[in-house]
Design a protein around this ligand. Structure first.
Ligand code: SF4
Length: 357
């Protein structure tokens, strides 16, 4: 497609991106976005930088400038493998800290310091020290959506893709039948439904996923019979019980790309559907979705500024890096789960024992 305000060179350079984003932008906006993509790609070379773009970034970022795209753990692992000197985290602050923990010698930048996370802000390292005093001898499993000071107090991290496996591993290693799994209450409840290990949980919530209700699912079923409904395990249990499949953002992507359902509802952040759509145009994605206000602070403009001005650098104290890296690395060293966690199995289980702190 020709764009009046685009030079032929810029149109050629960005043609493949346009194909993936054209449903989510307009020919009017595109010339400015294409120009920013061009500037960012030039700055990346100049700075020897890579951009890690989370699944919840808008399509112009995800398809236009992301060198690595995926979930938070996948991105951090890529950060560690990359030879680039500079990492730009197109995501939220705890993800940038995780990149710094795994790549302490690299300069890690985030385009907006206010890109936080309600889950990460729900708990501090001091809280974890108090929990450990209350439950001596129990392993602390912490979701990756936490700050570096929380990870530094942790025995092992987990993601939504491996949480059940990590909880069972920790119980075996420590020789106990209860595990502390923090800070997401809903993830903890959804994990507890799939294991006989007792779970001690914290009352953290993701503001995007906690807002979905069972009525949303019922409404979608009625309006779109036959549509497959996929949910993220940060949602309340009743959502997962009503969904056809539940898993991490990476698991949802794999499911849609492999099965190509005619109609699909993703119960998660809005940009997930837009980004997968670029790869499976034949799939019809239906709402509802909720926007993450933290993720949406990242834009093409502030990514360009971040690379141009080398701001804002994310640092983590060295002693904290050493302790937090142990918890993250322990998780990375576990073999990948034989099958990705299927949280929809929650329907078949009745054993849910969660103690909320
Ligand atoms: S979607 Fe939820 S967990 Fe992810 S950054 Fe936003 S608030 Fe945090």
């Amino acid at each position: 497609m020709a764009h009046a305000a685009l030079s032929p060179e810029l149109a050629r350079e960005t043609a493949s991106v346009w194909e993936k984003v054209k449903e989510f932008t307009t020919p009017l906006e595109w010339p400015a976005q294409a120009q920013l993509i061009h500037e960012i790609n030039a700055l990346k070379k100049e700075r020897d930088a890579v951009i890690l773009a989370h699944n919840y970034m808008t399509p112009d970022i995800f398809h236009g400038v992301g060198d690595y795209v995926g979930d938070s753990l996948g991105l951090a692992k890529e950060a560690a493998k990359s030879k680039a000197k500079v990492i730009v985290q197109a995501g939220v602050h705890f993800m940038a800290e995780t990149s710094k923990i795994l790549s302490p010698d690299k300069t890690v930048l985030i385009p907006d310091l206010k890109a936080g996370c309600s889950l990460a802000e729900a708990i501090t390292g001091a809280d974890v020290r108090l929990i450990k005093q209350k439950y001596p001898g129990l392993p602390v499993v912490t979701y990756v959506n936490t700050t570096a000071d929380v990870k530094a107090e942790t025995d092992i991290c987990c993601t939504s893709a491996n949480a059940v496996q990590v909880v069972e591993w920790a119980a075996r290693e420590w020789g106990v039948d209860r595990v502390i799994l923090i800070p997401d209450e809903f993830l903890a409840r959804n994990v507890a439904a799939q294991t006989n290990i007792g779970i001690i949980a914290w009352k953290g919530r993701c503001i995007v996923h906690e807002r979905f209700t069972a009525d949303d699912i019922a409404d979608m079923r009625e309006a779109y019979p036959g549509a497959e409904i996929l949910a993220h395990p940060e949602c309340p249990e009743e959502i997962l019980a009503a969904a056809d499949f539940a898993g991490s953002t990476a698991a949802m992507t794999d499911y849609v790309v492999a099965k190509k359902p005619k109609q699909v509802v993703l119960i998660t952040e809005c940009s997930m559907a837009s980004n997968i759509k670029g790869d499976v145009p034949e799939v019809n994605f239906i709402g509802p979705c909720n926007m993450c206000p933290y993720m949406k602070r990242i834009t093409l403009e502030n990514i360009r500024d971040c690379l141009r001005d080398m701001t804002f650098e994310v640092t983590v104290p060295e002693d904290m890096i050493v302790k937090a890296a142990l918890a993250v690395q322990r998780m990375i060293d576990l073999p990948p789960p034989a099958v990705p966690a299927r949280y929809d199995l929650v329907k078949a289980k009745h054993h849910v024992a969660v103690e909320l702190i």
